[in-house]
Design a protein around this ligand. Structure first.
Ligand code: KIV
Length: 257
């Protein structure tokens, strides 16, 4: 069974676990526990302090993905296509091929439904697996980040986009900040898995930004749960190194040639 078929087969059986990685050492750890490693364009705000993911370049995504690839052995590796890299069918294919070839990832993720369906269709026709992304779309959001699926119009749009993406052949759909009732309905109506981020427990899987759940990246987003305060441990280690250098305890003979 292919890695993608394995993900699809989890629908209605076991939850899909997905986290982001931007480099090898984190990917190495994630690979032991997750089903999908996502090189998300969230790296723009998390690592580079960009005001929006729109500023992330294809080169940045490829370079980080190359590093992640070294750590991912068994999980499915998905790379986000950055803003403006899939505006047309031809551009989407050219850039997706470049991402696949240079990073050796298993699939790409594009944000949107009907508006980008021709690009999604073209990639799948050319044997590039696609992970869909609906709900709050950070690359194209106007104004404040708000949850989706509150109005009848939004609910209809979400459902029809999800069904359209499924018909086009995406292997799963990320639902970002989608209200619980419509998340439940979409998940029930699709044969492919939904992977939620801020979209309730009713999805077939969950994705979060690793730096957020480890407390490396300070954030107050409602759906983020801090599973560890890793900064506490980094502080301890760095403080000890600084103390040992200043007191000449390091390097001892053991660490000298
Ligand atoms: O960029 C990202 O990290 C994402 C999320 C779904 C986590 O797209």
């Amino acid at each position: 069974m292919s890695k993608i078929d394995k993900i699809i087969s989890k629908k209605n059986k076991s939850k899909i676990v997905c986290l982001t990685a931007y480099s090898k050492n984190i990917a190495d750890v994630l690979d032991k526990y997750v089903d999908i490693v996502l090189v998300g364009d969230s790296l723009g705000s998390v690592l580079y302090n960009y005001s929006s993911t729109r500023k992330v370049t294809l080169t940045e995504m490829i370079n980080h993905s190359k590093s992640v690839r070294m750590g991912v052995k068994k999980s499915l590796m998905v790379v986000d296509m950055p803003y403006k890299t899939y505006d047309t069918k031809a551009l989407a294919l050219k850039n997706a091929k470049k991402i696949m070839k240079e990073t050796k990832c298993d699939a790409v993720k594009l944000e949107g439904g009907k508006k980008i369906i021709k690009q999604v269709q073209f990639l799948i026709k050319n044997k590039i697996p696609v992970l869909g992304h609906l709900g709050l779309l950070p690359q194209t959001v106007k104004g404040k980040f708000k949850s989706k699926g509150k109005t009848t119009r939004e609910i209809r749009q979400l459902m029809s986009d999800a069904l359209l993406l499924q018909k086009t052949g995406v292997f799963a759909v990320v639902l970002e900040c989608v209200k619980t009732p419509i998340t439940k309905k979409i998940t029930k109506n699709l044969n492919i898995p939904t992977i939620g981020i801020g979209s309730s427990v009713h999805c077939d899987g969950q994705v979060l930004v690793t730096d957020d759940i480890l407390g490396l990246n300070e954030t107050k987003i409602k759906f983020v749960k801090k599973f560890l305060n890793i900064k506490k441990y980094i502080n301890l280690g760095i403080k000890k190194f600084a103390l040992d250098v200043r007191s000449k305890k390091y390097p001892s003979k053991k660490h000298s040639y």
